[in-house]
Design a protein around this ligand. Structure first.
Ligand code: FAD
Length: 292
């Protein structure tokens, strides 16, 4: 598998940056600055997350349309949990009318206390629904979990469930973030053995804040390897050292991934430009992006 990936090294890779929809006008202003900085890198697309259960939905739409109209393709994330078919149809119509051509299709997670599960239960059903709605209009991204989804009954079942999304018509996948490279390549080997050949782009989370990273990783089932955790712990409140170490570790990891022929990188920016840009510079990614 790795040699196959290596032989694809000449293939053009794709780069993307993910944002969350800001809550306040000040947050939107800040995102505009971040967007402008990252736009200089000519990414293939931006994406904007979406809160299941209503929390950020309007803000996602507003942010997506605003960014998309500034010249870089912007993909809304769309989750099906808690939504009706009517809700989804309306959103898909709106995105199609506004020339949005890529969607990140997810099941989503309901905020605790919200009981209604909606009409579609899993992301593969959402992919199917989008294809029924508008054929091949949208390029569909789905989520992949090299360290397995926290609710998966077992590893095997999670792989089979991933395949259901691909069979339903997903064009490519973005992974949950990870710091164990071997988990990613093992996942690739396993899904290739199942006949899956869509690009599976590593999702990369820069390290800038230890407490947040630990909290988030516990929830989403990403492991922070012990040596990274121990080193970050040792830095305590020394934010500068945390960021410097994080930048080194993540740049090194991305460099290995690229050498091994991954099809691109998706940055979880958390609406900050600097951490992703530093990694970008360290990897000299300008050289890989054609600025036509
Ligand atoms: P699914 O693929 O449906 O999988 C969910 C679980 O159900 C897994 O354990 C799987 O094994 C199991 N399963 C799947 N299909 C079936 C089936 N047919 N039958 C039985 N079991 C099944 N969350 C948000 O709320 N908003 C976002 O914008 C957002 N963006 C994300 C972007 C990326 C790139 C990633 C990796 C995650 C994102 N998430 C987002 C988080 C995501 O919504 C959660 O991880 C959620 O718990 C699962 O979503 P999914 O699409 O992977 O679900």
């Amino acid at each position: 598998t790795r040699s196959q990936m290596n032989s694809q090294n000449q293939i053009q890779r794709r780069f993307s940056f993910e944002f969350f929809p800001p809550k306040t006008p000040a947050g939107m202003e800040k995102l505009q600055t971040v967007r402008d900085e990252l736009a200089t890198k000519c990414p293939d697309f931006f994406s904007v997350t979406y809160g299941a259960g209503g929390s950020t939905q309007e803000r996602t739409i507003d942010t997506v349309l605003k960014l998309h109209n500034q010249g870089i393709d912007t993909a809304p994330h769309l989750s099906c949990i808690g939504a009706t078919r009517n809700d989804l149809t309306e959103l898909l119509n709106l995105y199609k009318e506004n020339n949005i051509n890529r969607i990140v299709a997810l099941r989503g997670d309901l905020p605790s206390g919200m009981g209604a599960h909606g009409e579609l239960r899993y992301a593969n059903e959402l992919v199917e629904f989008i294809r029924e709605h508008s054929g091949d209009h949208f390029s569909i991204e789905v989520a992949a979990y090299p360290e397995f989804h926290p609710q998966a009954t077992n590893a095997e079942a999670d792989l089979i469930n991933f395949k259901k999304k691909v069979d339903a018509g997903a064009n490519s996948a973005i992974t949950q973030y990870f710091y164990n490279i071997d988990a990613y390549f093992y996942f690739i080997d396993r899904v290739e053995a199942m006949g899956i050949d869509i690009p599976i782009v590593p999702g990369i989370m820069p390290i800038t804040n230890y407490a947040n990273l630990v909290r988030f990783s516990d929830m989403c089932g990403a492991e922070i390897p012990r040596w990274i955790r121990k080193q970050l712990e040792a830095y305590g409140d020394d934010v500068e050292s945390i960021c410097k170490f994080g930048e080194e570790v993540v740049s090194e990891m991305c460099s290995t991934l690229l050498q091994e022929g991954v099809p691109g990188i998706h940055f979880y920016t958390l609406n900050q430009a600097a951490p992703s840009l530093k990694i970008w510079e360290n990897l000299n990614l300008d050289a890989l992006v054609s600025k036509a």
